[in-house]
Design a protein around this ligand. Structure first.
Ligand code: ATP
Length: 299
């Protein structure tokens, strides 16, 4: 009986392992598919940076498929160390801007001068690896690995060690949550472990980014509904994580963007309004209408 039990138990584990590795492979292929879209130019050099850089999108046109252009000439600048926020309806192209900055794809009109620069260097001309090295992403939905929460926080910089993980978790307001779990830092998370809420996952991503300490930040705000205490906490975390960084924030709640250096209102791949919060509200256009709606609690 015991002899039968052990192999069956083992098979169960094996099955889960195989299923998991297929899921991971699946994710990897999706990533590789994207990787294939861009290639380094022969002799490309790494990006050179000296502190948080100035980012510029210059007349950026982009299509995933030739027949359907998604961005129709987008230009804006994020001065060194500042935050620019992008708002707009679903499908307007907000995440596409972030994907282009991370160089999952290249700008479609490079021949006609469309480009994205980091301190004046065209990101299509430097190595893709060096661009990604310089960027920290806090995504909407963080992928957690089937490992401990400590591993997940240290992911990308395992040599930083336990004390650094604790400090980052403290700053991201997730330390006390972790330390109250029965297995604390050794708690298994991911698909086979403890399921974290959207907000908790976002905090793990914030802790990771604080550890990586990149000069450029992409913050893709979670769309999940938050109560106002949590909303304030996320705003405070965003301020913390974007300090001394050049940040592009994709926002769904306008309350997140009131402090931004500039807010871009994107609609069908075009910037239709731009400015600071108070100016846009005073202008009485699309942003002012979105603000009035969210203030009324209809977001
Ligand atoms: P949301 O607020 O819903 O996240 P968004 O403003 O971030 O939306 P994008 O994800 O940038 O919008 O998508 C812009 C447009 O590009 C959409 O019409 C979408 O269907 C299209 N699109 C996005 N990814 C791809 C892709 N891989 N292939 C083809 N079209 C795509």
């Amino acid at each position: 009986m015991i002899q039968l039990y052990i192999p069956l138990g083992f098979l169960g584990v094996l099955y889960r392992e195989i299923k998991q590795s297929l899921t991971d492979l699946d994710k990897m292929f999706v990533l590789l598919e994207k990787e294939r879209e861009v290639a380094d130019e022969p002799g490309a050099r790494p990006l050179t940076l000296d502190g948080p850089p100035t980012l510029r999108f210059e007349n950026v046109h982009f299509s995933y498929e030739p027949a359907r252009e998604i961005l129709h000439g987008v230009s804006f600048e994020i001065p060194a160390g500042k935050t620019v926020a992008v708002v707009g309806p679903s499908g307007s192209g907000k995440s596409t801007l972030a994907r282009l900055l991370y160089r999952f794809y290249d700008v479609s009109n490079r021949d006609e001068g469309g480009r994205i620069t980091v301190d004046g260097q065209d990101i299509a001309e430097v190595t893709q690896g060096s661009v990604r090295e310089a960027i920290g992403i806090v995504p909407q939905d963080t992928v957690l690995f089937n490992d401990t929460i400590e591993y997940n926080i240290l992911y990308g910089r395992p040599e930083a060690g336990h004390d650094a993980a604790v400090a980052a978790a403290e700053a991201a307001h997730i330390r006390s949550f972790i330390e109250r779990l029965p297995q604390a830092w050794r708690t298994m998370v991911g698909e086979r472990g403890l399921k974290l809420s959207g907000g908790e996952k976002q905090r793990v991503a914030i802790a990771r980014t604080l550890l990586k300490n990149p000069p450029i930040l992409i913050f893709d705000e979670a769309t999940s509904a938050l109560d106002s205490a949590n909303e304030r906490a996320i705003q405070a975390e965003l301020r913390l994580v974007s300090k001394h960084k050049t940040a592009l924030v994709i926002a769904h709640r306008l309350s997140t963007v009131v402090d931004a250096h500039e807010i871009l209102v994107l609609d069908s791949g075009r910037i239709v309004e731009r400015g600071r919060h108070a100016d846009l509200v005073a202008q009485g256009g699309a942003y002012a209408r979105m603000w009035a709606l969210q203030q009324a609690g209809n977001d």
